[in-house]
Design a protein around this ligand. Structure first.
Ligand code: NI
Length: 180
């Protein structure tokens, strides 16, 4: 497996609508290797999701996984996803993107959605996702449609570099116990 080069904002591939993957193409070894490499690349850069356009491949393919700091998500490979947003609450929270390094911004996302997609073997799946999982799916699905999270920010005033976010936007840490 190898770690892939991540495309950064400004590269045209991030603004293209990705192409559907036919089941015959999906089973090809080079596409299966691409999926493995995307997973490894996501882990390497501590991402919780990675879409194929972020590794310069304009394909309807995304990988997602979270260890649980903001919600645990099992490793999920989405091929040709169709996302249906569900009525109800919107939740605003911080987002970042491996293609837009060192920045964070607050984005309102739907709390619940339904996904229909193929898994990496071409098997159809359908499920409802909520909360952080729903947020990550919306973020990755935007990539497949040629979007980035900045497009979803109603207000750019919360856009901040990571270091400044920790310094100015995060609640004060609890005072530590005095040394004994
Ligand atoms: Ni992203």
């Amino acid at each position: 497996m190898s770690i892939l080069k991540v495309s950064r904002l400004g590269h045209p591939v991030l603004r293209e609508k990705a192409k559907l993957l036919s089941p015959a193409v999906l089973e090809k070894p080079e596409i299966q290797t691409l999926i493995d490499n995307m997973i490894e690349t996501m882990f390497e850069y501590h991402g919780v999701g990675l879409a194929a356009p972020q590794v310069h491949e304009s394909l309807m393919l995304a990988v997602i996984e979270s260890e649980g700091e903001r919600g645990r998500i099992p490793l999920t490979v989405l091929v040709n996803p169709v996302v249906t947003l569900m009525e109800g609450e919107m939740i605003e929270d911080w987002e970042g993107c491996l293609s837009i390094p060192d920045l964070r911004g607050r984005v309102a996302r739907h709390a619940r959605l339904q996904v229909e997609a193929l898994d990496r073997r071409g098997k159809p799946m359908k499920f409802v996702a909520e909360g952080f999982f729903a947020r990550v799916i919306q973020h990755e699905y935007d990539h497949l449609m040629g979007g980035v999270y900045l497009d979803r920010m109603g207000d750019l005033h919360t856009l901040t570099h990571l270091e400044e976010m920790k310094r100015y936007w995060m609640p004060e840490p609890e005072p530590s116990e005095p040394e004994r």
